[in-house]
Design a protein around this ligand. Structure first.
Ligand SMILES: Cc1cc2nc3c(=O)[nH]c(=O)nc-3n(C[C@H](O)[C@H](O)[C@H](O)COP(=O)(O)OP(=O)(O)OC[C@H]3O[C@@H](n4cnc5c(N)ncnc54)[C@H](O)[C@@H]3O)c2cc1C
Length: 438
């Protein structure tokens, strides 16, 4: 570390100089870093935790590789991850029509989060991407609206990394926001966002019995328990099957009016959600057959934040684009997931389905923030409305967007142009050649 970067009155050590920095090692960032490195850009992935996977590391299943009409919409590197999970006994693969109920058709792939963490590291190493764990990216280095790198903090102190392109895959758009990109949060009318939840796992469940428990009865029971203050919200889907026998992942906690970009809100949510867990457990044990002898064996490493910043890009994908299954000339990925809005102000989930169970396209322009150059966004924070976000946010689309972001960054570096100027058709062709569906 011979060089330093001058920041606000002090010199920071320059940890590295690379072509592409990816901030965040969740489903989007992981795939972005693999794609960037495979396309011969020197790549560094920065992750605040000691493990990779983001929300995939909490044991959630990967939704939406297959649309409701049965069409395959996601392949490429995301599918390579699933294939490797299958080989390592970390997933049975996609289970078409199995998302939740008949009306929520599509696909879901249950995963073992521990195998996912391992596969993520392996694939990054094989692609020759550098990895920096235990490191929070805290700021962007921006000169005249051009991003030149990121500032980070970790046990070694504050440092700089210089890069030709920065990909913000932090879920929250942390770095894009710090670089000055415009963003929106929540619903148009009141800015409220979907509520966070804390996932937990129960073992010793008789899943044959629990799986055949009638959904309408469960909904009625949860409604009554909610009215009595025993449960946070009425729901008809409280748990997901996992790949371990007798173990289910429970998604039954929630707290409204939380802004996941505010540490005080996150703290309040963590405390409240932890208080809800024993209530959900005792509800299940008391009312739902199969759960009588269940035991709590784990809680998510972090609360699950469904929604925060949506960075405003060159195009803003709308709910109508999703529902009408619109296609775009510059689309770099597809998604067949419906609008899945957890009520930001009370109980319940609002859903709307894509015309004909088909899929819509995600334009490259949604990954390119307005005005700021050499910055690409990927995953949950891409440019959408509140409604469209409720579809693009699940892991299948986030992974596919990640492949497009990483490939775009590497091609832009190779051609010596900012990602905004990269020809979308060239990107689409490269993605197709590399196995993705566009
Ligand atoms: C409760 C809940 C249930 C869900 N259920 C499902 C489901 O069943 N199936 C499904 O497909 N999707 C589900 N989703 C949606 C999905 O999990 C997320 O929207 C998706 O993981 C987003 O991917 P991402 O890579 O954009 O962000 P994330 O998964 O959030 O990953 C972001 C990564 O960036 C890291 N990071 C953040 N900020 C920084 C920073 N400043 N510096 C360094 N690192 C940083 C984080 O630690 C994390 O690893 C659910 C979401 C929630 C909250």
């Amino acid at each position: 570390m011979n060089h330093t970067f001058y920041e606000k009155g002090r010199n920071l050590p320059i940890l590295d100089k690379v072509d592409v920095v990816v901030v965040g090692g969740g489903p989007a960032g992981l795939i972005a870093a693999i794609a960037s490195a495979r396309n011969k850009a020197s790549t560094l992935l920065i992750e605040r935790f000691g493990f990779l996977g983001g929300m995939a590391a909490t044991g959630l299943p990967l939704h939406a590789f297959i649309a409701a009409d049965g069409t395959r919409v996601i392949k490429g590197i995301p599918q390579e991850v699933v294939d490797r999970l299958i080989r390592n006994k970390g997933s049975p693969g996609h289970m078409p029509g199995k998302i939740v109920s008949k009306t929520m058709r599509g696909s879901t792939a249950p995963i073992d989060p521990e195998v996912f963490k391992q596969v993520a590291l392996e694939m990054l190493e094989e692609a020759n991407s550098k990895i920096l764990l235990y490191t929070l990216a805290v700021d962007g280095i921006v000169q005249r609206n051009i991003v030149k790198g990121v500032i980070l903090e970790n046990k070694s102190g504050r440092q700089a990394v210089l890069a030709k392109v920065v990909i913000d895959a932090s879920g929250d758009g942390d770095i894009a926001a710090r670089c000055g990109a415009s963003f929106e949060k929540g619903r148009k009318e009141d800015g409220l966002m979907q509520p966070p939840s804390l996932m937990f796992t129960l073992a010793n469940v008789d899943t044959e019995k629990s799986d055949s428990f009638p959904k309408d009865k469960l909904f009625q029971l949860t409604k009554e328990a909610n009215q009595k203050g025993e449960l946070p919200a009425p729901v008809n889907q409280l748990w997901y099957f996992t790949i371990q026998k007798g173990v289910v992942a429970v998604n039954g906690t929630r707290v409204n009016r939380i802004d996941g970009t505010q540490a005080l809100d996150l703290t309040q949510a963590e405390i409240e959600l932890r208080k809800q867990i024993p209530k959900v457990v005792s509800f299940l044990k008391r009312y739902v057959s199969g759960f009588e002898s269940s035991v709590l064996v784990g809680t998510g490493p972090i609360i699950g934040v469904r929604e925060t910043r949506r960075i405003i890009g060159e195009y803003v994908l709308t709910g109508e684009d999703v529902l009408q299954a619109r296609q775009f000339e510059d689309q770099i990925a597809k998604s067949g997931y419906f609008l899945d809005i957890h009520n930001p102000n009370g109980a319940g989930v609002q859903r709307a389905y894509i015309k004909g169970g088909a899929s819509y396209g995600i334009p490259y322009r949604c990954l390119i923030p307005k005005k700021i150059d050499n910055l690409v966004v990927a995953g949950r924070c891409i440019s959408t409305t509140f409604e469209a976000h409720a579809s693009t946010r699940v892991m299948g689309p986030c992974m596919a967007i990640g492949q497009a972001a990483g490939t775009a960054a590497a091609l832009a570096v190779r051609e010596g142009v900012p990602p905004r100027k990269l020809e979308a058709e060239k990107l689409r062709q490269t993605l197709l050649e590399q196995g993705a569906i566009v």
